[in-house]
Write a protein that binds this ligand. Structure first.
Ligand code: C2E
Ligand code: CA
Ligand code: CA
Length: 648
């Protein structure tokens, strides 16, 4: 008769096999944690099977030789105890506390070596177990130490998860703790009912919990498709980086995306993206990724296979994709735009590659020739932008910007009655960074409001502290970014600041620029802002006139006082007759609608003479002065405004 009931072990083996099948049926994104999870499954299956064998051997000891009896017990003990160590490593791979990673591995190794030595020498030492004269099984004096090492491993895992509990949801933290609680209950139960060996079964149940709490691979898949998502992509690229491997990346974009988006709508585009994700993952398996709303990627390990890669991708898109709309099937033809990038893995991080994918827009695979782009080149502007943004952030925090002033010559007064405030950014390493570079980056990343606020305050304080009227300056021009003008609150904020510094509103002129993105909504808010500030006495200039395409529209719709003709227009006019005719007529037109004119970019006396002859009111340019720091500007005024006439 059996001394132990093997049913629980059988159930454990069965449950573990089911779990293994589930694990394999679902697509896995291979990571250290799920590799450890898989080893835990194998371990529990083997432990359950060996345990069943051990029951037979212990129950019918006379049938088996001594070494078989010991071997079965030893192997079982090892498999069972190693589970605690695997669990610790598993939790460590989830919590990812880098600073203690080595310590945890060392700790796990020590426990494993201690357990292993003790277990596999026990047939000599009898320290863990032995068989008496009647061949009955007994625990040895050090058996308890195995419980202790297992307890230490499991409770260390608990400490790790509790330290990082914010990274996990309640269910996940509960599941990890369940492991310790479950094993503890199993041990107590075992002592009370030695015949029912439930420990493997308890482990199998806890593995089920772990599977549902952590090994949920949907986390790495795009929606309901088998295609890997952005998270998986970042991990993969980082993995290539670690291994310093070279590979190819095919970035696939939907051609004419804006139009397709317009005609399908948001939901239609999502459907389409899912269908494409499905399609490419069917063709390229685990190498296919959905990274961005319009950015699919296929990774090819062999850098020499660019041509094949492109051909295979194009084949995927030969047939139209049928989308379902209100039970109607609409076929959509997609022209894939493919960018092939060769990557030297060790240079590029996962999140950087996402930006390369997002920015890629060139179709270089037309015909048979394929132009392969180099990731090292593509990443340069991305890194530069990051660097500039860091610089801008620290300048915002530490008030590291400077405001320079470029004097503007007032033709009628013969002196410099106004100036343009221009922001400056300097870094010890990068040197002088042009606003042409950092302003657009700041606009794109939501930093322009802070910069605008800084410049406005700085100018207000300059106006107040230097009593500019006394040195012949009527007003200072301050650039407003179109991003600032999208917020109607801007007007109130500026009024508040001007009041705070005690500045006369008439001493401020705001420069606004036309932009292509300024839709109707933007125009309405801009109009509102201008009207509110105008009522207070602040004047407005329309900057960069002639450089864009909505200029005339702005001139008609917005109540601006001054128009600033773009320096590009002037420079072009100095080169050819036609452009000169356009410039002259532009000046005439602006004068006829009653606006004052500033022309910027005056670099030569010849330019100044022509513009004065045609009736421009103000001239701004290097001929008079470059933008200079506050103190130099004051010096300049002292020298040039004292007699209120300029000699050049
Ligand atoms: P912008 O508003 O058109 O400013 C005029 C730019 O032309 C300035 O460049 C100025 O230095 C330059 N400039 C003036 N006269 C001459 C000339 O004779 N020759 C040449 N080669 N250049 C001349 P800067 O300071 O580099 O500013 C570039 C742009 O950055 C500005 O163009 C403006 O759009 C933006 N910006 C500068 N400061 C601010 C600011 O405080 N806020 C905002 N939103 N944008 C700013
Ligand atoms: Ca300007
Ligand atoms: Ca300008």
């Amino acid at each position: 008769m059996l001394l132990y009931y093997p049913q629980f072990c059988m159930a454990s083996a069965g449950a573990t096999i089911i779990l293994m099948i589930m694990y394999f049926m679902k697509r896995n994104y291979s990571m250290r944690s799920n590799r450890i999870f898989f080893v835990m499954l194998v371990d529990n299956l083997l432990a359950s099977l060996v345990n069943i064998t051990t029951f037979y051997v212990i129950s019918f000891p006379y049938k088996y030789q001594s070494w078989i009896r010991y071997a079965c017990n030893e192997v079982y003990l090892f498999l069972y105890n190693i589970m605690a160590v695997l669990f610790l490593l598993y939790v460590d791979s989830k919590t990812k506390i880098r600073s203690i990673k080595k310590l945890v591995s060392f700790f796990a190794t020590i426990i494993m070596v201690y357990d292993g030595l003790l277990i596999f020498t026990t047939h000599y030492t009898k320290l863990l177990l032995y068989f008496d004269d009647k061949l009955e099984y007994h625990h040895g004096p050090l058996m308890i130490s195995l419980y202790v090492t297992a307890f230490i491993a499991v409770s260390s895992a608990d400490v790790l998860i509790l330290a990082k509990r914010k990274m996990f949801n309640f269910y996940q933290v509960f599941t990890i703790n369940l492991f310790a609680i479950g094993v503890f209950i199993a041990v107590i139960f075992q002592v009370l009912h030695p015949k029912y060996v439930i420990s493997n079964f308890v482990v199998a149940m806890v593995l089920f919990f772990l599977y549902t709490a952590f090994e949920n691979q949907a986390y790495y898949l795009h929606g309901d498709t088998p295609c890997y998502n952005r998270r998986a992509f970042i991990k993969t690229i980082d993995w290539y980086k670690k291994r310093e491997e070279k590979y190819l990346l095919a970035i696939i974009k939907i051609g004419d995306f804006e139009n397709i988006k317009h005609s399908l709508g948001r939901i239609g585009v999502d459907d389409l993206a899912e269908r494409i994700a499905e399609m490419i993952s069917r063709r390229f398996g685990k190498s296919a990724y959905y990274v961005d709303i319009n950015g699919f990627v296929v990774i090819e390990d062999d850098p020499g296979k660019a041509f094949e890669l492109v051909r295979n991708i194009k084949e995927c898109f030969v047939n139209s994709i049928n989308l379902e709309f209100d039970e109607e099937i609409i076929p959509v033809n997609i022209e894939p735009v493919i960018t092939i990038v060769k990557v030297n893995g060790k240079n590029i991080e996962g999140y950087e590659m996402c930006e390369i994918v997002q920015k890629a827009d060139d179709n270089l695979t037309v015909g048979t020739e394929i132009i392969v782009r180099d990731a090292d080149e593509l990443i340069k502007p991305v890194r530069r932008e990051k660097e500039i943004l860091r610089l801008v952030d620290s300048a915002i925090k530490e008030k590291g910007f400077q405001v320079f002033y470029q004097p503007i010559y007032d033709v009628k007064a013969g002196s410099f009655t106004c100036a343009e405030a221009l922001v400056r950014l300097h870094d010890d390493e990068l040197g002088f960074v042009s606003p042409e570079e950092f302003i657009p980056i700041s606009e794109k990343n939501g930093r322009i409001i802070d910069i605008g606020d800084y410049v406005f305050r700085n100018v207000c304080s300059f106006i107040k502290n230097n009593n500019i009227t006394s040195i012949g300056v009527h007003y200072i021009e301050i650039n407003l970014s179109p991003e600032q003008c999208k917020k109607v609150e801007l007007a109130d904020q500026l009024i508040q600041i001007a009041i705070e510094y005690g500045v006369d509103f008439r001493q401020i002129n705001l420069e606004i620029t036309e932009t292509a993105q300024m839709e109707n909504y933007g125009m309405v808010s801009m109009n509102e802002i201008i009207t509110m500030l105008h009522n207070k006495g602040i004047t407005f200039s329309l900057d960069d006139f002639g450089s864009g395409f909505a200029a005339i529209d702005y001139l008609i719709k917005l109540p601006v006082d001054i128009v600033k003709i773009d320096k590009g227009i002037l420079w072009q006019a100095m080169k050819d007759e036609k452009s000169m005719t356009i410039l002259k007529n532009t000046i005439r037109m602006i004068k006829e609608v009653g606006k004052k004119i500033v022309v910027e970019g005056i670099e030569t006396k010849e330019m100044a003479d022509i513009l004065i002859e045609h009736g421009c009111d103000y001239l701004q340019g290097y001929l008079y002065s470059k933008p200079v720091p506050e103190s130099e500007y004051l010096e300049f005024l002292k020298k040039n405004n004292s007699n209120c006439s300029l000699q050049i």
